[in-house]
Ligand binder design. Structure first.
Ligand code: BGC
Length: 257
């Protein structure tokens, strides 16, 4: 396999689990060095990083709460000081809270929006400032969701954050193009990851979800990582401002009997 990311450095938020970890593994196979950030699980993340290094890959873990602007800036600057440079930012960290609209609390709203939207916004700003200072081209990849388009009742704060990502990506594709920076979203559908653990442990809910997916299976992080590798590599250099849906057909599933 030709290694498409040889010599590149990628920072992946929430790269210690789920889709973020799948992307970290794939980027390392493609020759990149990666930094992942984690919120609190130091021991678990150190084990994960050992796994990433096993095949000779270069990986570091940095503690950061992406919902805090200063932590986001530190994640970018520590990545550069530990790995020498930075070419690719993957905004993967995301959270969701289920509640009927009338029961949503201010704390849960802030939690979801601060991680998924504010955190991503300022992490991206820190990356762009670094790229400007060092006059380097770069790639930004946001892990959005099919719910940047598709309604998801009882997850309105989550949908609001993902809808916002769609507009951030469109806006920044124009504003950042003169700097040689591209930005794209990946919109996963139902992927087997920790964010889905309640659903995965509920056979009735799982069955009804699978009935909505034309390809009749959940996705796995590798399905998302292959698109991320394409978007991180030079071969996607003419692609910016768009969303790649990875959902087994879920979004447009409609049939009349
Ligand atoms: C959500 C999952 C959900 C999936 C499909 C994802 O964005 O995080 O909870 O199962 O979309 O609806």
């Amino acid at each position: 396999m030709t290694k498409r990311l040889e010599g590149k450095v990628a920072a992946i938020t929430g790269g210690n689990q789920g889709i973020g970890l799948g992307i970290a593994e794939r980027f390392i196979q493609e020759g990149a060095a990666v930094s992942i950030c984690y919120l609190s699980d130091k021991t678990g993340t150190e084990k994960t990083v050992e796994g990433l290094r096993r095949g000779g890959g270069k990986a570091v873990a940095i503690q950061a709460d992406v919902s805090k602007l200063a932590d986001g800036q530190r994640f970018i600057s520590e990545t550069v000081s530990q790995l020498g440079e930075l070419d690719i930012l993957v905004n993967n960290a995301g959270v969701e809270k289920r509640a009927s609209f009338w029961d949503v609390t201010e704390a849960d709203f802030d939690f979801v929006l601060n991680v998924n939207l504010k955190g991503l916004f300022f992490m991206t700003q820190a990356f762009v400032r670094y790229a400007m200072q060092t006059k380097r081209a770069g790639k930004i990849i946001n892990i959005s969701s099919v719910h940047e388009e598709l309604p998801f009742p009882h997850f309105t704060s989550y949908c609001a954050s993902k809808g916002a990502l769609k507009m951030i990506t469109r806006n920044l594709s124009i504003e950042l193009a003169p700097l040689g920076l591209t930005i794209n979203n990946i919109a996963p559908g139902a992927i087997e990851t920790p964010i889905n653990k309640n659903l995965l442990n509920d056979p009735v809910k799982l069955k009804s979800l699978l009935e909505n997916i034309p390809l009749k299976r959940l996705g796995n992080p590798r399905d998302v990582a292959s698109i991320a590798a394409f978007l991180a590599a030079d071969e996607s250099s003419y692609v910016t401002g768009t969303t790649f849906v990875v959902d087994g057909g879920l979004t447009w599933n409609y049939e009349e009997q």
